[in-house]
Design a binder for this molecule. Structure first.
Ligand code: NAG
Ligand code: NAG
Ligand code: NAG
Length: 245
């Protein structure tokens, strides 16, 4: 009987949702105060040698998000800042065009490569004990949903904030939640003039190297426009439902 009680207790403890860790060490980057745990440092080390446009894009999403959170009393109190940091920094692991990249699969959409890569990185880290299933799931969702506009609605606040932070680096100037001084400092330190060309190059590469992972996704038009021989017709849900596949 005692054994059963212990087992029940352990099961309950294992499924308990942890509250965001408080009082984490911080550092200041381009004028923005950010979390500076070993896990976040190690996440930064992963993207450090990526293509420069991709490194800067990943860093900007983190810093834009951190600046917007710091400027919002509600988010400041509730957001899991380490989760936010790891999610934004690693959200585009699947964009690593380095030959034989450990992050890029031959058959998954890039967001899934990013989500699986980031969760695997945390699970393999010596500080993984601070991450329960719920926190890992938020990490997965925050990355997996980031290229499907509209899927943020109804998610928990952590995932919504990760998704909006990633979206802050879309073309179009300063998003309103980011204070102007922070935005200017971040873009001065990590210029965004190469993001459109870099994205274009990467998305064409996806369509050319793993077309099956691009049909019915945001990448599809890049394949149709720029990759000789790419033909989504027959692979789209539209074709399936209209009997032409
Ligand atoms: C703070 O962020 C929340 C969640 O995004 C938003 O609903 C709220 O309007 C923001 N508050 C301010 C003062 O901008
Ligand atoms: C994207 O790449 C294609 C193929 O190289 C090129 O024709 C097109 O102009 C590029 N678009 C942008 C916005 O860079
Ligand atoms: C694309 O594939 C569909 C289905 O197999 C075919 O009917 C169509 O002719 C192809 N288009 C081109 C441009 O090859």
């Amino acid at each position: 009987m005692k054994f059963i009680n212990v087992a029940t207790f352990l099961a309950a403890a294992a499924t308990a949702r942890c509250t965001p860790p408080k009082n984490l060490p911080t550092t200041t980057l381009y004028g923005v105060e950010v979390v500076d745990t070993q896990l976040v440092r190690d996440a930064r080390a992963i993207i450090k040698d990526f293509d420069d446009f991709l490194y800067k894009h990943s860093m900007r999403t983190w810093l834009f998000g951190a600046a917007a959170i710091a400027a919002n009393e509600t988010l400041k109190k509730t957001i899991d800042l380490e989760l936010h940091a790891v999610s934004t920094i690693l959200h585009d692991l699947g964009w690593d065009m380095t030959p034989n990249s450990p992050w890029v699969s031959p058959d998954h959409r890039f967001e899934i490569d990013g989500a699986i890569g980031a969760v695997g990185f945390v699970k393999g880290h010596k500080d993984a004990k601070h991450w329960d299933e719920y926190r890992l799931e938020k990490l997965h969702d925050g990355i997996a949903l980031h290229a499907s506009p509209g899927l943020n609605y109804g998610k928990n606040q952590d995932v919504q904030t990760i998704l909006s932070s990633i979206g802050f680096d879309n073309p179009g100037g300063r998003p309103e939640p980011i204070p102007e001084e922070d935005y200017n400092n971040i873009v001065k330190g990590l210029p965004n003039d190469d993001i459109i060309a870099g994205t274009n190059k990467t998305w064409i590469w996806f369509a050319a190297t793993k077309p099956e992972a691009t049909y019915n996704t945001v990448i599809e038009p890049w394949g149709e426009a720029f990759v000789p021989g790419y033909n989504a017709t027959g692979h789209r849900v539209f074709d399936l439902l209209n009997g032409s596949s």
